[in-house]
Ligand binder design. Structure first.
Ligand SMILES: Cc1cc2nc3c(=O)[nH]c(=O)nc-3n(C[C@H](O)[C@H](O)[C@H](O)COP(=O)(O)OP(=O)(O)OC[C@H]3O[C@@H](n4cnc5c(N)ncnc54)[C@H](O)[C@@H]3O)c2cc1C
Length: 483
């Protein structure tokens, strides 16, 4: 009884470890030269450069729970300094109103006072307080729905850069049901989104006060967490644990194709070898999974290809601190489309996290907007565009002392309207080959905690099917171990 996991990103690594915990022999095959997928941390000259994600949401407990299970609880770090984020509006950085949830204000005064919107624009938003419910029964684009309730300026200046930015998808294409299903509940329960946001804020503050009273003196980590030495501490620890439990993790070992072999699966690898497995977890982006399934399951492959994937480009820059005119009090800035230019956001990594750069330098992550030709520009043009944006906005003179460019070509899933239906169609069609299961960012959440949950769930489905759930010694030990 042997299981193949295709892809060594966080999803595949977690799936392999979970299977190994259940005592199932696992081979993880990763096409690239290293494990971790999009999670990749570089240490160079006193810098900690994140080439992919730089943090994960602590509010979804699978990420922090996994770190603690791996003995990394003491390594979890929250963000440093002032938590302010700015929006560039007419060329100037305006602080985002405090207490903003993903899209809705959770406090009234900071929103009423913000310089980001004029009074007529705020009055337009206030129409939501009296407007009847308007949520359609079917999925709708987040931007289209919010424009109807709260007006264009909120979508253009806040929701678009914030939510569209995180998902690398224009907000007028982004699926409400896949990305912010809470808006549906908010409208159902409160009718007005603004009233729902404020009610949410009251609940969150009461819960925080309760937590503080329960453990006085404890400093909460905050909404976003990372690991002291960088995020790949997590993927390295998952890989080490999986190996210790007996999983065979191989890099430069891409899977070329999969075919049926009795009730199991036969896999062919890039080195020309092939082997038979009882089950397979495919933990690659959906387009790579489509290529593997095109022959045995053409219908599934077609559904997988219908999940669009965009390109993500990140330019990391560092400058001597003395050359930066801006005081950098906060974590970065977002750039609404109306400001023009190919840069969507800039994170001030050296200010957001402790010990990411030598004290006399600043470290910036510049995200390129995946719209129009921006992400297809040659590397030199991308660096020039990122430099121009940072240098103009933050009043920087002179050249950067560190430059890195990362391009994830057609590897970022876009959760466009109808995403959940497309995933449901894939899952239904997969019923034709129960030996193969899919997991990862393309399906049910792009954030690391969602990927971890999907890796664990996929392993659970496979172990169940093979009758191995809970059979492994490690799994039994885990169940009875305190904490
Ligand atoms: C720039 C950037 C910033 C991000 N920021 C954040 C953030 O701050 N917080 C957050 O939570 N998320 C963030 N994300 C999203 C998050 O990083 C990803 O959604 C997540 O890492 C995806 O993990 P995965 O294992 O599903 O896929 P991947 O990491 O893409 O791993 C899939 C692996 O499959 C391999 N593969 C593909 N085809 C084959 C094959 N045929 N055979 C074998 N192997 C194959 C690939 O080489 C790859 O290693 C960010 C993403 C990017 C790109």
């Amino acid at each position: 009884m042997r299981v193949l996991v295709v892809g060594g990103g966080i999803t595949g690594l977690v799936a392999a470890r979970s299977l190994a915990l259940d005592g199932v022999p696992v081979l993880l095959a990763e096409a690239g030269p290293r494990l971790g997928g999009k999670v990749f941390t570089e240490h160079a000259g006193g810098f900690t450069v994140e080439h992919g994600p730089d943090s994960f949401l602590a509010t979804r407990p699978t990420g922090t729970a996994l770190a603690r299970e791996l003995g990394l609880g003491g390594e979890l770090v929250g963000t440093a300094g002032t938590r302010a984020v700015y929006i560039r509006h007419r060329g100037r950085l305006v602080p985002m109103p405090e207490g903003l949830g993903l899209v809705l204000p959770t406090r009234f005064l900071p929103f009423a006072r913000t310089r980001l919107f004029s009074w007529p624009e705020k009055l337009r938003m206030a129409k939501d307080l009296v407007a009847p419910r308007s949520m359609p029964a079917d999925d709708i684009a987040v931007g289209v729905y919010l424009r109807g309730r709260l007006g264009n300026p909120l979508v253009e200046r806040l929701a678009g850069p914030l939510v569209g930015g995180v998902y690398g998808t224009p907000i007028d294409e982004l699926s409400l049901d896949a990305v912010v299903p809470t808006l549906r509940t908010a409208e159902r329960e409160h009718r007005s989104l603004l009233l729902a946001g404020l009610a949410d804020g009251r609940k969150m503050r009461a819960a925080a006060a309760k937590r503080a009273a329960a453990s006085p003196g404890a400093k909460p980590l905050g909404a976003f967490v990372s690991l002291r030495g960088g995020l790949d501490g997590l993927t390295r620890a998952v890989a080490a644990s999986a190996s210790e439990l007996g999983a065979d993790l191989r890099t430069d070992f891409g899977v070329r194709w999969l075919t049926r072999s009795g009730a199991g699966v036969s896999a062919a690898f890039a080195d020309g070898s092939s082997a038979r497995f009882d089950a397979v977890v495919i933990a690659t982006p959906a387009n790579a999974a489509a290529a593997l399934l095109a022959e045995p399951l053409p219908m599934v492959a077609r559904h997988l290809e219908a999940i669009p994937h965009g390109t993500s480009v990140l330019v990391t820059l560092s400058y001597p601190r003395e050359r930066v005119g801006h005081e950098l009090r906060g974590h970065g800035y977002l750039v609404p489309r109306s400001e023009g230019g190919p840069i969507a956001a800039c994170t001030w990594s050296s200010e957001k996290w402790a010990d990411r750069a030598p004290a006399d330098t600043v470290l910036l992550r510049m995200f390129v907007r995946d719209e129009g030709p921006s992400t297809t520009l040659p590397e030199a043009a991308l660096v020039s565009a990122a430099r121009a944006d940072a240098e103009r906005t933050l009043l920087i003179a002179g050249d950067p002392v560190l430059v890195r460019t990362d391009r994830y070509e057609r590897a970022m899933p876009r959760y466009t309207v109808g995403h959940l239906d497309r995933v449901a169609a894939v899952e239904a069609a997969m019923g034709a080959w129960p030996a193969v299961t899919l997991a990862g960012a393309s399906y049910r959440g792009v954030g690391l905690p969602d990927c971890i949950a999907q890796g664990q769930a996929a392993a659970g489905r496979v172990a169940e099917r093979l009758g191995a759930r809970g059979l492994g010694e490690a799994s039994t030990a885990r169940t009875v171990a305190p904490g």
